[in-house]
Design a protein around this ligand. Structure first.
Ligand code: HEC
Length: 145
């Protein structure tokens, strides 16, 4: 059903990440998360979190301080207020300090960015339907501190 389609989509993303990403290529024989949902669900797998981040986010986001790209740096984003990254000029203006990025708000935003910022500039990222993938990425962001 829809899982088949999403696997194909993920595979294409992973392949393009592998082509354009030296870091990804340097990794060992880490299987794409889409093909190993059980292993990913086992928890505590930092590599799976990194692969998921690289697949879905790294095109636009870095985790290094002050390294803004198409999206703001996500350095220390867990626990931070929305829309406050210094020097980032591509905000929609809808992410404000009323938002604190915790597990719940990040999960909602990553499932569907426009549910939090209706005019979000985080495009064409359309959200991640799989809850386990979102959790892997959120845990990975949390562990960056
Ligand atoms: C196509 C580029 C793009 C992709 C892919 C992308 N983002 Fe973003 N991201 C942005 C932009 C642009 C913004 C600013 C959004 C706004 O102001 O509405 C943003 C904002 C954010 C914010 C809020 C930052 C803040 O300062 O409040 C978080 C958290 C975030 N992204 C996480 C992620 C994660 C995690 C992924 C991968 C699952 C991801 N993004 C994928 C471009 C992207």
């Amino acid at each position: 059903m829809s899982r088949t389609r999403s696997c194909t989509f993920l595979t294409a993303l992973v392949m393009s990440a592998a082509l354009t990403s030296p870091l990804y290529a340097a990794g060992e024989t880490t299987a794409p998360p889409a093909s190993t949902p059980d292993a990913a669900g086992a928890g505590g797998d930092e590599d799976a979190g990194q692969v998921a981040f690289n697949t879905h986010c790294r095109t636009c986001h870095s985790l290094k301080p002050d390294d803004n790209r198409l999206g703001p740096t996500l350095h220390g984003i867990h626990g931070a207020k929305g829309g406050q990254v210094k020097g980032f000029g591509n905000y929609s203006g809808q992410l404000t300090e009323q938002i604190t990025w915790d597990d719940a708000t990040l999960d909602k935003f990553l499932a569907n960015p426009s549910s939090i910022a209706s005019n979000t500039t985080m495009k064409p990222f359309g959200g991640i339907a799989e809850a386990d993938q979102r959790k892997l990425i959120i845990d990975y962001l949390k562990a960056q501190k």
